[in-house]
Design a binder for this molecule. Structure first.
Ligand code: SF4
Ligand code: FES
Length: 399
């Protein structure tokens, strides 16, 4: 229930205007985010089993056109957004990417390309740099060719990624290596850190898989053990110290092994939104996994500012008034804002529940124990991400 509705129920009807005003000022307090994620397409040649896209992918026919994206980029710049992250799916699958980067750059946005890199050529990357691209982030599935290609579901992926990372630095663009980590590749972490150093990356993201959407379907094959996680933390801390000043390392822990949930998205509707391929403005990239919610589109008559401040979806879990117990009276409620709405929905069926990653959630124990059993189990085979709703891995892989 939104703060508006919750407060309206308690209030005298004559106060409803005051309640709306209060809600608006809450949204205005946070202001428009400085950085926005633009998911240009859900099309992608890879099939990673932990993809952060929704299980229901947007089809090519529903994607915003070049002119629509240009209008959106101009509007974002006008309302004060400073950075645009072009993502997907695979953003280089869009034929108009150079044009969109040029437009974003022309209206003053800092542009980052988040890519699997397998469709890039040196010429394409060079054209993007000429169009004003400021930064490149390449995702890696590992360091060893065969296992990394297996996770990607794409033969030759690893080789292409390494090449594209080298071109990125040759063109003098800053590089972030994004390494998505899970039970089947955590043993490669020291080599991944070395690979980031060898590629002259500025930043390495050691991103443990977060479990909603595709990753939840694949949780039994991906969930690390507690022992693996403790070893990972030790390796990251040692590398951070050793590489201080040359490689920055971000580290995201799977919150199944934490006592408190993460402050997902910095709190719903507080610091972040993204725009889906079909133009929906979403409080987080996985928000469409919460069924029953309606999200406004940039194709509607509403401005992006209006959607951010007034739409029901952004206000439903904004702030703290929507919270149930134990969050409602918890001293951490303004620290983590109750954790992740998408995870609460995926694991409890109600996005308005406390995130079960929190040890105070009545469901924490059950879910944690199940994940622990899965981590110690034998399941290694993936369900690959695709428009057909997923395809189980076959053959001798995944043994
Ligand atoms: Fe955070 Fe809610 Fe857990 Fe408190 S009870 S730590 S607010 S998720
Ligand atoms: Fe959607 Fe956490 S991923 S709120």
């Amino acid at each position: 229930m939104s703060d508006v509705l919750a407060n309206s129920k308690a209030a005298d009807p004559g106060d409803s205007l005051a309640v709306l005003e209060k809600q608006r000022s809450l949204a205005e307090t946070f202001g428009i985010p400085l950085a926005v994620l633009a998911e240009l397409t859900h099309r992608c040649p890879l099939q990673c089993p932990y993809c952060s896209n929704p299980v229901e992918l947007d089809r090519a026919g529903s994607e915003l056109s070049t002119e629509e994206w240009k209008r959106v980029l101009s509007e974002l710049a006008e309302i004060g957004v400073l950075q645009i992250h072009f993502s997907g799916g695979e953003p280089t699958a869009r034929k108009d990417l150079v044009e969109l980067v040029r437009h974003a750059s022309g209206v003053g946005l800092y542009t980052n390309l988040i890519t699997s890199a397998v469709l890039l050529t040196r010429d394409k990357l060079s054209a993007l740099a000429d169009a004003g691209l400021c930064h490149v982030q390449i995702s890696f599935q590992g360091t060893e060719t065969a296992p990394a290609d297996r996770v990607a579901g794409y033969k030759g992926a690893q080789h292409r990624k390494i090449e594209a990372a080298k071109w990125t630095r040759e063109l003098d663009l800053p590089l972030t290596v994004n390494a998505v980590m899970h039970r089947q590749n955590l043993h490669e972490l020291p080599e991944i850190i070395q690979m980031a150093v060898d590629l002259d990356a500025d930043r390495l993201e050691v991103a443990n898989v977060q479990y909603y959407g595709w990753a939840l379907k694949n949780r039994a094959a991906l969930m690390p053990t507690l022992a693996q996680l403790e070893e990972t933390t030790r390796i990251v801390e040692e590398a951070r110290e050793r590489l201080k000043g040359s490689l920055a390392i971000d580290y995201v822990v799977p919150d199944y092994y934490a006592l408190r949930p993460k402050k997902c998205m910095g709190g719903w509707g507080r610091q972040f939104f993204n725009i889906s391929p079909s133009g929906k403005v979403l409080p987080c990239h996985a928000a469409e996994s919460i069924t029953g919610m309606q999200f406004e589109s940039v194709r509607s008559n509403h401005s992006i500012t209006w959607i951010w401040q007034h739409s029901e979806a952004f206000n439903r879990y904004r702030g703290t008034a929507w919270m149930p117990e134990p969050c409602k009276s918890c001293e951490f409620r303004e620290v983590d804002f109750g954790g992740c709405r998408c995870q609460a929905f995926a694991l409890t069926g109600d996005a308005g529940n406390t995130d079960p990653a929190c040890a105070l959630s009545p469901m924490h124990e059950t879910i944690f124990k199940q994940a622990q059993r899965e981590a110690e189990g034998e399941t290694n085979r993936f369900i690959y991400r695709n428009f057909a709703g997923g395809t189980p891995e076959t053959g001798e892989n995944g043994g």
